[in-house]
Each structure stands twice: as C-alpha cells, then as structure tokens.
Design a protein around this ligand. Sequence first.
Ligand code: FMN
Length: 361
Amino acid sequence: MTAEFIATDRREARAHAIVPHSPARAELDRLWKRGRGFLGTELAVMGGAMTWVSERNLVAAISNAGGFGVIASGSMSPALLDKEIAATAALTDRPFGVNLITMHPQLFELIDVCLASSVGHVVLAGGIPPGAAIARIRDGGARAVCFAPALVIAKKLVRSGAEAIVIEGSEAGGHIGPVSTAVLAQEVLPHVSEVPVFVAGGIGRGEAILSYLEMGAAGVQLGTRFVCAYESIAHPNFKRAFVRASARDAVPSVQLDTRFPVIPVRALANPATEQFAAIQRGVIERFSRGELSQKDAQLEIEHFWAGALRRAVIDGDIEAGSLMAGQSVGLVTREQSTVEILDELVAQALAVIAKRRDRDE
Ligand SMILES: Cc1cc2nc3c(=O)[nH]c(=O)nc-3n(C[C@H](O)[C@H](O)[C@H](O)COP(=O)(O)O)c2cc1C
C-alpha cells in the first residue's frame, strides 16, 4: 500500500477502497487533474444539483465519497438556504457547492448567504448570469461556476469572470437546451482552455466520463445517476419509476403552439405529460375563441407544472407530479450507495484505460 492510500479517516478509506492505485488510475488522475484541483476533490465528478433531491443528505454523501456535492437551492429563501448549508456542513468536512437559479429575485442575498457560510463554489444556473453576480461571488472569495449553452456564451462568461463552465446537453434531466452533449462538447471543449469545463447530460457510465476527459473536459457532472442513491431522499415511488424506465421514456416537454412557448424539460412520460398536452389544447382553443388573453393563456400553461417536481420527489405522486429525468435513466438499474455509484463509474473508466494499456504493451 502506498502512502497515497493510507486513509486519514474511514470515509476516505471507503472512497479509495475499490479504486486502488495503478498505472490506469494514475492516467485517469492525470486526465482529470485540473477538475480535481478546481473542486478540491478526489474525483472530478460533480453531483448536478437537483431541486428537492440535492439536499443535505445526498450532497454530503457525494462529497464524502470523493465527488463534489452541490445543493440545489431552487426557490429557497436566504434563511432556508443558510440552514441547508449548515446542515450539509455538519455531515461532511469535504468541499461542496451551492447551485443558485439566476432569475431568483433574491439572487444577491443568496450569494451573500453562501459567502457568509464560506461555501467554496457557487454554481449559477437557469439563464445567463449578470456579471455583477459573478463579481460578487469572486470578490467574496468563492469560485464562480456558470452554465454555457453554446461556445459564444462560454467565451462571454469567461470574459465576465466565470472560473469554470458547465456545458449540459439535451440528454440531461430537468430544464434542457436544444443541443446534445456530444455536439456541445465538440463545439466548446477544443476552444475553451482558459478555465476548466465540466460536461453534463446523458453520462451514466465511466467509459463516457473517460471519453469527455480525453476530449479536454476537466470533469463531469451527473444528476440522474444519483437519484436512486440510498442517501437520496427521493420518494420510493420516484426511485422505482427511475429503475423501471428506459432511455426512451425520458422525453422533452411538448409545445403545441409557437405562440405559447413551453420551457423544454426532460422528464419521464406519465399521465401528467398527457394532461399537459390536453391543457395546452384547451387553452389554445379558448384563446382562439377570444375567451382568454394571450397573457392569461400563457400563465395558465406555465402554472400547470407549479409544484409538480415536489409532488413527485417528496410526496411520491408519480402520476400527477413531474418525473424529471435524463436519458441516462436507462442505466439506473437499482438503488445503490453513493460510494458504490462513484466506484462503479471510476472502475468502468479504469477498465478501458487498463485494456488499452494491455493491448498496446
Ligand atoms: C430531478 C432533476 C432536477 C434537477 N434540478 C436542477 C436544478 O434545480 N438546477 C440545475 O441547475 N439543474 C438541475 N437539474 C440538472 C442536473 O443538475 C444535472 O446537470 C443533470 O441532471 C445532468 O444530466 P443527467 O441527468 O443526464 O445526468 C436537475 C435534474 C434532474 C434529473
């Protein structure tokens, strides 16, 4: 056993147990060195923030297992976020981050809560963040991480001070853009070297992680794969739906009329999905008959999903709730511990490297 493996505590021992030192491990560590350095972690794997799912338990579990947990603040108030950060810090002494939704009306207060709690990394999601938000994070001593849906935006965000970029393709669960991870990675990775870039969307196995690292990614971000961790508080019904689903069940929300835009969200098809189409049809008919203004019609459509993710994740209502999930849901086959999930991903990446080395020797 090399000094590198003499664990300083039991959690570290668990994180190392199944991925011992080897030439393959050294190669993997070289490939994701920049991501590990940026996050301050053993593995350059971010647990993508998932509203209602990524709370203290899952976030701490991911960080304790060597990854980087991220709290999903969703629509939390500053006081609630403050409590969640403290509760997470009580469960882990490893680095973790906080994901803030850019259009939250109290964005700057939420940033201040993160800074006051010495959160090391703040991820700005859900729209292009104002430069002032990035500056506030950096001035307060934290690292600013931003989502970029295209190369030009990645470049712009780097100029505005973003210290790392996440590119998330349309295979992902939750709110999605129009471009696949495979194409976005080719568009962005060769051209952004100023800051580390993390790739997200559709990653469910270690082979895929390795391939993005070899294309120049500093690390990856996974959401769907962590939903069925034992430590995830998602309702058993929600987890069961994930285990049963295949990739093709995770579909984007459907928009029936360009006059009434629908924010694209990838989720498992369920009765609510069909009802959403029926609601849109009804609203459009009433609008056409002059019974509804365009604004009220749009509001009625937008209102449909209000509270729906909570209904599914927390209450377990998988008929009327929103089952946000990425296409990698097809690779979720059972409930597993977070350590096991991460070890499996690393082992899959290592197996490819080892096989290649054997072949080339
Ligand atoms: C149930 C669910 C909820 C999510 N909520 C958020 C969120 O609140 N904020 C965010 O930035 N991303 C959210 N995401 C996206 C994840 O953070 C992550 O980027 C994505 O899941 C990665 O793709 P994958 O699902 O293919 O692994 C959510 C994803 C899921 C599946």
